[in-house]
Design a protein around this ligand. Sequence first.
Ligand code: 13P
Length: 232
Amino acid sequence: CEHQSFVGNWKLNKTVREAAALVTSLQTLVADVTDVEIVVAPVFTGLSAVAQALAGGDIRLAAQDVFWEDSGAFTGEVSPGMLKDVGCDYVIIGHSERRQYFSETNENAKALRSERTGKTGAVVKDHVLNGIVGLSADQITSTVIAYEPVWAIGTGHNATPDQAQEVHALIRSLLSEIYSPDVASQVRIQYGGSVKPDNAAALIAQPDVDGALVGTASWEAESFAQIVKVVC
Ligand code: 13P
């Protein structure tokens, strides 16, 4: 269980007040969960309030995007250091929605700059290889890779446990070739795409599925808590 990690990607949802309320409920519901990593990813405007609500607890904070420069004339962007400053341990990089709606192709520059805060959302071999170019063994072991089949995102049609396992095993074998079997075994590979309380257990039971990147079901504290709790 210690290797399992669950991220709630809130996407474009929740006012500051709603974000704080959600995470406060979540903390109560998962108070007895100690052996899995739980992360929430609010919109930028919610990060500060959620960080305050989480202070001193075990739930960790992620942003949903980042820019690779530290500062400068880049209107509208937020840097890795700024995310750390507000309390983020992680950031989601290269989500398929960034690619679909914002023509993003630059996840590698973001991953390289984010280092320990990095999370690469990669869906196929090319994405994995492009996303991790230049990352050291230390950097890759603090990165979480999420496999999210685009047809499963927000559709209610999750990959079957076998389908997820097949792709996760492929990703781990790529990591093993590039780094080493030992390094590959330390990298968390999450499944995402219509993860719900009733399908999480079977997905997580797969040997190469190390947790989940949850969208819709993380927007309510109860359903996200149920998913986290089915694990152990
Ligand atoms: P859903 O859980 O709503 O399918 O979203 C998955 C996702 O894109 C998480 O990043």
